[in-house]
Design a protein around this ligand. Structure first.
Ligand code: LLP
Length: 420
């Protein structure tokens, strides 16, 4: 079977699909995902948890396209949702309610009610007020809630500060002391079954150290709960395993492999615990599966800068603008020799609209195609209509077949949503 992404005769392929040929048949920009890459990532997770009572969940926030959701569900995953919308999509994609966990600091009454009625595996509670509300709603529905309390371990995740979530200065979870109080309260509440611990320290973490600190923290915390007479049956470790954004499809060097190495070390921390172990992985499942394909519209050289203006922009992929994130960008057709230092930018009217800055890139011409790699997670999911740019199509490759899994928006349909 072909690699997920590779060059054959200097042309980039997604599995067995020649992306230059495929691009002739559709409109750019577009997202394209590899089924094989997605399933390979799922399999690595399943392998890492093979010796545990293990429930891997996929965090829908990374990419909620049903085409991908169904792949992940069929691989045996559950779902991690953070809104009524994500719960709706998870159910519609066929995830077993007993394999759904619901996190988030600001769940509404409607969302909690929806989750309880659905009978999900775990409502991950983040505050004293949410606990009270969940109990009241469960009482009204006369249905017990299986809950975890999200504890904030005050651990530095060594990632961008916008996506670090496990510090006491972050809005997430509750402190150890408060958590102990909440477990006690919940245990005495006839509508709450507080059987789990939840933690999530951040995203795009590429070092094992914060996770090892979390293991230590959780083992101590569990002992503290036991001393207070609280019995726990599952532990939800969150997600956050980083991916490699420096892809090298030419030499097939996609290392280091954070998913295997870091996840294994994290899970090993619980192999003797007798607890059911849940993870909530987003980026590490779909991140490496996706490319954003874009066409060069113009070349523009000034005395100071060399711009490649392409048809994808920050409204399609906001990660470079928002987090100064690096995504390897590669040409769909390799040529020999010439490279330039350039900024790869989109058409949106902001200087913050860029996909790459001061990047060494193969010399390209108008109408040449490029691929932004590592775009399968937090790409289309964070897309907007800024500058009235419709959302773009998404495609899923399975060997030599391509399926349209999201029909890009049409400006006429967008206009219909407004009251004219
Ligand atoms: N669980 C919880 C409670 C979370 O908040 C998140 C991500 C995850 C799981 C999944 O994390 P992952 O395995 O994907 O790292 N837009 C940002 C990422 C935001 C992550 C938010 N929470 C980005 O593009 O980097």
């Amino acid at each position: 079977m072909a690699d997920s992404f590779q060059y054959i005769n200097k042309r980039l392929y997604c599995e067995n699909v020649d992306l230059i040929e495929f691009s002739k048949t559709v409109q750019t920009p577009y997202y394209i995902y590899s089924k094989k890459e997605t399933l390979d990532n799922c399999q690595q997770v399943l392998n890492a948890g093979a010796n545990l009572d293990f429930l891997p969940c996929y965090a829908l926030k990374a990419n909620y396209n049903p085409g991908l959701l169904k792949l992940v569900r069929n691989a045996g995953f559950g779902a991690d949702v953070v809104s009524g919308g994500e719960l709706y999509f998870a159910l519609k994609a066929g995830f077993d309610p007993q394999k759904i966990v619901f996190s988030g600091v600001g769940k509404t009454i409607d969302e909690i009610e929806f989750a309880i009625k659905t009978g999900i595996h775990s409502l991950n509670i983040e505050s004293a007020k949410e606990l009270k509300l969940a109990s009241a709603i469960a009482g009204k529905l006369r249905k017990k809630v299986h809950a975890a309390i999200r504890v904030n371990p005050d651990i530095e995740a060594q990632t961008h500060k916008y996506i670090s979530t496990g510090l006491h200065t972050n809005k997430f979870g509750v402190s150890v002391d408060e958590a102990v109080k909440l477990y006690t309260e919940a245990q005495n509440d006839r509508w709450l079954a507080p059987q789990g611990i939840h933690v999530h320290i951040g995203s795009q973490i590429t070092s094992v150290e914060p996770f090892l600190k979390t293991v230590k923290f959780l083992n101590q915390f569990k002992m503290r709960l036991e001393q207070s007479g609280i019995e726990i049956s599952y532990i939800d470790l969150g997600g956050g395993i980083g991916i490699n954004y420096y892809n090298d499809f030419q030499n097939q060097k996609n290392k280091p492999d954070f998913l295997t190495d870091i996840l294994q070390a994290y899970l090993d921390g619980f192999k003797d615990s007798n607890l059911k172990v849940i993870v909530e992985l987003g980026r590490s499942i779909t991140g490496s599966s996706g490319l954003l394909i874009s066409k060069v519209l113009y070349r523009k050289r000034t005395p100071q800068k060399n711009f490649i203006i392409v048809d994808a922009a920050m409204n399609n992929l906001i990660r470079p603008s928002l987090y100064n994130a690096y995504h390897e960008i590669v040409p769909l057709e390799l040529n020999v020799g010439k490279y330039e230092i350039c900024d790869i930018v989109g058409p949106v009217c902001e200087s913050g609209d860029f996909l790459a800055k001061d990047r060494k890139f193969q010399s390209v011409n108008q109408n040449d195609l490029i691929a932004v790699t590592g775009a399968g997670a937090y790409g289309q999911a964070l897309a907007s209509n800024y500058n009235l740019r419709p959302k773009i199509s998404e495609y899923l490759v399975d060997s030599n077949k391509v399926r349209n899994i999201y029909q890009g928006e049409k400006i006429e349909n967008l206009a219909k949503q407004f009251k004219w």
